[in-house]
Design a protein around this ligand. Structure first.
Ligand SMILES: Cc1cc2nc3c(=O)[nH]c(=O)nc-3n(C[C@H](O)[C@H](O)[C@H](O)COP(=O)(O)OP(=O)(O)OC[C@H]3O[C@@H](n4cnc5c(N)ncnc54)[C@H](O)[C@@H]3O)c2cc1C
Length: 468
């Protein structure tokens, strides 16, 4: 996990950078151990690797200033949003400067007539949606955590709504970024379409801070649906729940959310969120449209579920009931953790073509049972994307090793089915070793060439995605 020791700058170079940042940013600069550790926390088995300092710029010009200083002295840079990424993305294995976007939190403009908004990267998705609510608009990407929009773009995040509204790939129209040289570029724009030139927006979306710091985003907005129906549907098996998902998608029912919880995860949510659901594999669903539309979609889904031995499908349109249900779904990670006090939930995800979903989940359940791990499964199954949450005692090296081996087998299984080693969490440090198996040697060489061209000194979030 730690090639290129050369990336740790000399102590002298680092002192020059830190003294200059301290003078320039005063109380917006910190070397406190607690602040540094908090900016490197990682929800993997990889230990915390803090940066040497954290700086809190307020705009693009200040970010460019910091990047130019770091470039001059070869200091690594780790951009930071809210630190909810799950694969060791914000660790600083070579130290350096963490650039927090916490204070870049302005909603610059909303253009309701064009259905877009311009935001600084530290705005969180919940704050944007609170701001939009009165205008009958919303931003649909919902990774559960109240992540920053810059971090979500950088990880190409998705979540529960992606089956209907797409991922950050589809909902970032344009961005401003500071490249490793300190140069400021604009990519994309407010036009809904452009066929001119290389798509630098999509190159930066998902680049995890390894190609530049995103300092502004233009986002696609959507109209708030007239009616929303949500409900839960129990199934006799995970295979039946997956088959119902596949049938729903294949029938063209425009489901907005379709989420699988296996029996263990339902038990965890019952205990944590005070629900009383039958402890069997369950789908949580949501439909968006007109009153008549959501009623029709709900009924059609109920018929599909019944044909597969599932149900009854109970749905409601009352906001409080829907919110309670989805809060429980969003708390699944913490609910899983609460099942085994002292253990840490390790959330990892894979994605497969939807026709292979049932096989992949079923084989994974067999693997979990054989490996002796406690690992609930939840998934955005409408996209063929699911998460396993092994609950690991970090003080037990055998358990940590068993977890790592399990994740390796999970990835191999997904890739063998034509899938991806991550559907939404990204690469960080933990999934780097799987990239070549997914993309092949040629594509990896192209990725390394892009990294070398845009970041010749390898200062942008080094030790993540590719080693150039
Ligand atoms: C309980 C829980 C549930 C989750 N569920 C989901 C889910 O359903 N779907 C999903 O997709 N994710 C999920 N996640 C993961 C996480 O929320 C996403 O990865 C999120 O997009 C990270 O955003 P952040 O602001 O926390 O980014 P950070 O963790 O701060 O950073 C993530 C990466 O982006 C880089 N970065 C951050 N800001 C910038 C910037 N401005 N410019 C360039 N690079 C930047 C960082 O260097 C790092 O590599 C979940 C996490 C938790 C804790």
């Amino acid at each position: 996990m730690a090639p290129a020791a050369r990336m740790r700058p000399s102590d002298d170079a680092l002192s020059i950078v830190m003294e200059a940042l301290s003078r320039r940013f005063a109380d917006r600069f910190s070397v406190s151990a607690a602040v540094r550790e908090q900016h490197a926390h990682t929800l993997t088995w990889i230990p915390n690797q803090p940066p040497d300092c954290v700086v809190f710029p307020q705009d693009t010009a200040e970010v460019a200033e910091i990047v130019r200083l770091c470039a001059k002295h070869g200091a690594p840079i780790v951009p930071f949003g809210t630190g909810t990424s799950l694969e060791g993305h914000v660790n600083a294995p070579f130290g350096g400067v963490c650039i927090s976007t916490e204070r870049m939190n302005e909603i610059v403009a909303v253009h309701p007539e064009d259905l877009d908004a311009v935001v600084q990267p530290g705005v969180t998705r919940k704050r944007l949606n609170d701001h939009l609510r009165d205008q009958g608009l919303f931003f649909p990407i919902d990774p559960g955590a109240d992540a920053s929009l810059g971090g979500m773009a950088a990880t190409r995040a998705s979540g529960t709504n992606a089956v209907r509204y797409g991922t950050m790939r589809d909902n970032v129209l344009g961005l401003t970024a500071v490249l490793a040289s300190g140069e400021i570029i604009r990519a994309g724009g407010r036009a809904k379409k452009s066929s001119s030139g290389y798509d630098l927006t999509r190159l930066l979306v998902g680049s995890e801070g390894t190609l530049g710091v995103i300092t502004e985003l233009t986002l696609r907005l959507h109209g708030t649906p007239e009616a929303i129906a949500a409900g839960v549907c129990p199934f006799p098996s995970v295979a039946a729940a997956c088959a119902a998902t596949t049938a729903t998608i294949q029938c063209g029912i425009p489901v907005a959310r379709i989420e699988l919880l296996d029996a263990l995860q339902v038990r965890a949510c019952n205990a944590y969120s005070k629900l009383a659901l039958p402890e069997v594999p369950t789908l949580f669903l949501e439909f968006h449209g007109s009153d008549a539309g959501v009623a029709e979609q709900s009924e059609r889904f109920g018929e599909i579920a019944a044909d597969l031995g599932g149900g009854p499908f109970e749905w409601a349109t009352r906001t409080e009931e829907r919110n309670r249900l989805w809060q429980a779904r969003h708390d699944a990670f913490w609910a899983a953790g609460a099942m085994r006090p002292g253990a840490r939930p390790m959330s990892t995800d894979v994605c497969v073509p939807i026709s292979r979903l049932a096989d992949c989940v079923a084989e994974t359940q067999v693997d979990i049972a054989a490996s002796g791990l406690i690992a609930p499964i939840v998934g955005h199954v409408g996209d063929g994307n699911f998460h396993c949450l092994p609950l690991i005692d970090m003080a037990n090296p055998a358990e940590v090793a068993a977890c790592e081996a399990f994740v390796g087998r999970l990835v191999e299984r997904a890739l063998a089915m034509g899938g991806a080693c991550s559907g939404e969490h990204g690469v960080g440090q933990a999934k780097m070793k799987h990239l070549e198996a997914e993309h092949g040697a040629g594509a990896m060489a192209a990725m390394r060439a892009i990294k070398r061209a845009l970041d010749p000194q390898n200062i942008m979030n080094p030790g993540k995605i590719v080693i150039p």
